[in-house]
Design a protein around this ligand. Structure first.
Ligand code: TRP
Length: 363
């Protein structure tokens, strides 16, 4: 039945992941995701997409989106995504993502999309109220800020994401826990397509890390460290220079008492110990022992050193890369070419299976 192989000659599994080109990544992005992806590069035929089209579901400033796309690329390379060992590409450079999304969308009932947790949360944040029968969204404008709208791109977001994955016939998709439901939908769409049109897609496995460092806000350790925190002191960014790291960790909230212990009633100290463990690769208990009898100042000093040791080479490499735009554009060119080769094979097969009339050969 598989008359047209989608496989390349590479016998390794295909691993693909993507991220939106947002401003600057956090220490958590690096420790929880990037560093691990970079370690997988040799085990797989690896694709890494910068999904600029997804970004358009929120209001973006065009010049900023362009700038962030290149900066994101440099941050990924600096974090270890070696372009010699994976294909780094921009989603909008590869034909097929939106094309396949259309076809998959025609296999997706609207209700399935309206029930997606992330959609409901985003829509709610825009002032729309979820509720009513079957948990469907009610588009009551009640309480909505004057200009808030839930654009259809937001609803369609998971379908485009499924297309990002299935377009490469990916076997494994490293993502964070928050993307589990989107991966479930992707798997369901692959099965649905295969069932309706015959075996075409691999059903991709979500590769969700079992334990990632739970890095929390430096200013409110009961909350996750987030890049969108209003307090700039709360978050460590990938590109923070050493003196800024020192200042942020120096002003991190600690707890009453003086012992350096990872304990529920010591969220601030526990957070610093988590950061220390995640950046050094040594267990929290080891650091508790090592720092026993020392004060919070020492804990902060040690944590600062560990974070600087991890981030400083990344920032320096980033700066070199950003100074060499020609190189970055060359990476995007070869990345898009490799991605397009694979995408073409899959898309052609999909078009044929669904019965689209073969495109005339160029004369
Ligand atoms: N939705 C993902 C996120 O916010 C980004 C994404 C888009 C993605 N397409 C993807 C991740 C395909 C993995 C595979 O993190």
């Amino acid at each position: 039945m598989t008359s047209e192989p989608t496989e390349s000659n590479d016998p390794r599994p295909v691993v693909l992941t993507c991220a939106q080109p947002s401003g600057t990544l956090t220490l958590g992005n690096y420790l929880g995701a990037l560093r691990n992806w970079a370690r997988l590069l040799d085990e797989a035929e690896s694709y890494f997409g910068i999904v600029d089209l997804h970004t358009l579901t929120a209001r973006t400033v065009p010049a900023e989106l362009r700038r962030h796309t290149l900066s994101c690329l440099a941050q990924y390379i600096a974090s270890g995504m070696d372009p010699a060992r994976c294909s780094l590409f921009v989603q909008s450079h590869v034909i097929g993502h939106t094309e396949l999304a259309w076809i998959l969308g025609c296999l997706t009932p609207i209700g399935e999309l309206q029930r997606m947790t992330q959609f409901k949360e985003k829509a709610q944040r825009l002032g729309f109220r979820a509720g009513g029968e079957d948990d469907e969204l009610r588009f009551t404008h009640e309480g909505a800020p004057a200009q808030a709208t839930v654009n259809s791109g937001l609803l369609y977001y998971p379908v485009l994401m499924a297309a990002d994955i299935l377009l490469y016939n990916a076997d494994r998709v490293p993502v964070g826990e928050d993307q589990r439901q989107h991966l479930e939908l992707t798997r369901e769409l692959a099965r649905r397509f295969n069932h309706r049109y015959s075996e075409t897609f691999a059903v991709p496995e979500a590769d969700i890390p079992a334990e990632t460092a739970k890095i929390r806000s430096l200013q409110d350790p009961t909350r996750k460290m987030s890049k969108s925190d209003e307090d700039p002191q709360a978050t460590l960014f990938l590109l923070d220079p050493p003196d800024r790291i020192r200042r942020k960790i120096g002003s991190a909230v600690t707890d009453s008492g003086a012992e350096i212990l990872h304990r529920e009633d010591k969220p601030g100290v526990s957070n610093l110990l988590e950061i220390l463990a995640a950046t050094t690769g040594e267990r929290v208990a080891v650091w508790e022992d090592r720092l026993a009898g020392k004060g919070y100042a020492e804990l902060k000093r040690t944590t600062t050193e560990a974070v600087v040791a991890v981030l400083d080479p990344v920032r320096k490499r980033y700066e070199e890369l950003m100074a060499d735009r020609g190189y970055l554009e060359e990476v995007l060119r070869t990345g898009a070419e490799a991605a397009q080769r694979r995408a073409d094979r899959v898309l052609r097969k999909v078009y044929r299976k669904v019965g689209l009339y073969p495109r005339p050969r160029p004369s």
